[in-house]
Design a protein around this ligand. Structure first.
Ligand code: NAD
Length: 512
């Protein structure tokens, strides 16, 4: 291995497949100072890729990232290959060819005859079993998954997939190499979706359940998840960006690969939309319609806020998480607070995991005069108001008017155990807890991979701590009780830590 003046190991990396991912991988490692050799089976792909990468690196000069000399030196390290034989002295070869197991097996078989015994072979597969790619190799211990995200230079996480025969030395070398680029290397087991795509299963699948049950519209779910939970994009906006052709297949594939695990069961709403070509931005129509500039054309207008009637009397369940805030709002709006629910025009409850109808019955309230307010939505950002099955229209409008009286947005949804944010976040936390339980990845890697790979505002286990593990458990148990659906069964990781009063980040004791 060559060493540069800073004494960091610089190695020779081969990249096979010079498409979207191959180009990003070449750029990342070239910028880290390594020597790159690029091969593609199709004429023209390599010169195009090198010219794209060169332009991107040269842009770094204008941005003050490199001097012209430095940029020229990085670019000079990238060489085109005319045959696989040109990769003979590579220390590592990364493949980013088509997602086809036989093509990848054949490529690694050819490479094993060319490279040295010490060279590592890595696959950028996103959905194949790495052990299967390695199954035809003479030395499967030097084969691992090295899963980058698109766009590679900007997505600062890389999954290293340790397949059953991958050696520790291979994993350690790849981890050090990735760390040298400034990206965060996380180690994941060779399980469906690895780490990031497994952890990301909850967001869209639970949002689709909410839609299926007519709890809220897709526009409402997107607004609630952005404004109240802090996601950059709502789940339906995200499906439109990824393309339902891609995400629909991914949902079905992970479900099947996990032998029909109910937690990942896809929604029956998706196949008809895929069949109709409603893929999202790429077909100008998905959950939203898009204009010629690719901007979403919003059809649903914001519900007008009703007028607050005079002489209103309000009762709020005294143990409610936002009791003080609601009382303050009522006082400012001139609404009288009463101690006895029987005297009130509106009764507000704030349940965890329970629907508004059951919560009203549990408190002995009149369901026609009851509404529920999600305690998980930050009071100053967004308020999610849920009706019982029989909430009176005037009660609904009066509650809406009161909760919108200081200008904060209110979403009005139908009855559901766990509102919208509670359901979606509890699902995300539960899936992450089960990833930890199964040791698919370490707690630290789960936290960082989800923030970096999925762009969530918090790691899923620390998010569970913020919500309160006991609340997450309540939501899941209530959802399971109400629907009878095993998809909501809580992970043992979650149950045990809640019972012990511990953070969800607490690792398991080691038995040796
Ligand atoms: P792409 O179609 O943009 O590029 C693939 C390239 O591989 C093409 O240039 C093609 O000519 C070349 N190629 C195909 N078969 C070859 C062979 N046998 N030998 C040499 N070259 C060959 O595809 P992509 O999006 O860059 O994806 C590549 C791999 O990365 C796939 O395994 C994919 O699942 C995975 N991946 C993709 C993404 C993504 O967002 N695009 C993310 C993570 C992983």
């Amino acid at each position: 291995m060559a060493r540069d003046s800073k004494h960091e190991a610089r190695i020779h990396i081969g990249v096979v497949g010079a498409g979207t991912m191959g180009q990003g991988i070449v750029q990342l490692f070239a910028q880290a100072g390594h020597r790159l050799s690029v091969f593609d089976a199709f004429d023209g792909a390599v010169p195009r890729a090198i010219s794209n990468v060169t332009a991107l690196i040269q842009r770094g000069v204008a941005k003050g990232r490199y001097t012209q000399e430095q940029a020229d030196a990085l670019v000079a390290n990238i060489s085109p290959c005319f045959s696989l034989d040109d990769l003979a002295d590579c220390d590592l070869v990364i493949e980013a060819i088509i997602e086809d197991v036989e093509a990848k097996q054949d490529l690694f078989a050819s490479l094993e005859d060319i490279v040295s015994d010490k060279a590592i072979l890595a696959s950028n597969t996103s959905s194949l079993v790495v052990a299967e790619i390695a199954s035809k190799a003479q030395h499967p211990e030097r084969i691992a998954g090295l899963h980058f995200f698109n766009p590679v230079p900007l997505m600062r996480v890389v999954e290293i997939i340790a397949a059953v025969r991958t050696s520790t030395a291979t994993v350690d070398t790849l981890r050090a190499l990735v760390a040298g680029t400034g990206h965060r290397a996380v180690i994941a087991e060779d399980q469906p979706g690895f780490l990031v795509n497994h952890a990301g299963r909850g967001y869209s699948t639970e949002a689709l359940r909410v839609l299926e049950e007519h709890v809220a519209s897709h526009e409402q779910v997107d607004v609630i998840m952005r404004e109240a939970a802090g996601f950059r994009m709502g789940p339906f906006e995200l499906m439109d960006l990824t393309g339902l052709d891609i995400s629909g297949k991914a949902m079905a594939s992970i479900y099947e690969q996990f032998h029909q695990e109910p937690r990942f069961r896809p929604s029956a709403l998706v196949p008809p939309r895929m069949a109709a070509g409603l893929f999202g931005r790429k077909t100008s129509e998905g959950w939203y319609r898009y204009d010629d500039q690719g901007k979403a054309v919003l059809t649903q207008t914001q519900a007008t806020v009703p007028t607050l009637p005079d002489g209103l009397k309000l009762w709020i369940e005294p143990q409610s998480a936002q009791f003080k805030e609601v009382c303050g709002l009522a006082q400012d709006a001139g609404v009288e607070l009463v101690d006895q629910a029987q005297e009130a025009d509106i009764c507000i409850v704030q349940p965890w995991g329970q629907d508004a109808t059951n919560a009203s019955l549990a408190y002995g309230l009149d369901a026609t005069r009851t509404v529920a307010l999600d305690p998980l939505c930050p009071f100053v950002l967004h308020r999610c108001l849920m009706l019982t099955a029989v909430t009176d229209r005037q009660v609904r409008d009066a509650a809406h008017a009161l909760l919108a009286s200081d200008g904060v947005a209110v979403s009005l949804i139908n009855d559901s155990p766990g509102f919208v944010v509670q359901r979606v976040l509890a699902t995300i936390v539960n899936i992450a807890a089960n990833i930890a339980q199964r040791r698919i990845a370490s707690v630290e890697d789960i936290e960082d991979a989800v923030k970096l790979g999925l762009g969530y505002p918090h790691g899923p286990l620390s998010w569970g701590d913020k919500i309160g593990g006991i609340n997450v458990l309540k939501i899941l148990n209530n959802m399971r009780g109400m629907t009878g659906d095993p998809r909501y069964r809580p992970s043992p990781w979650l149950v045990r830590r809640v019972k012990l009063g511990l953070s969800l980040l607490t690792p398991e004791a080691e038995r040796n």
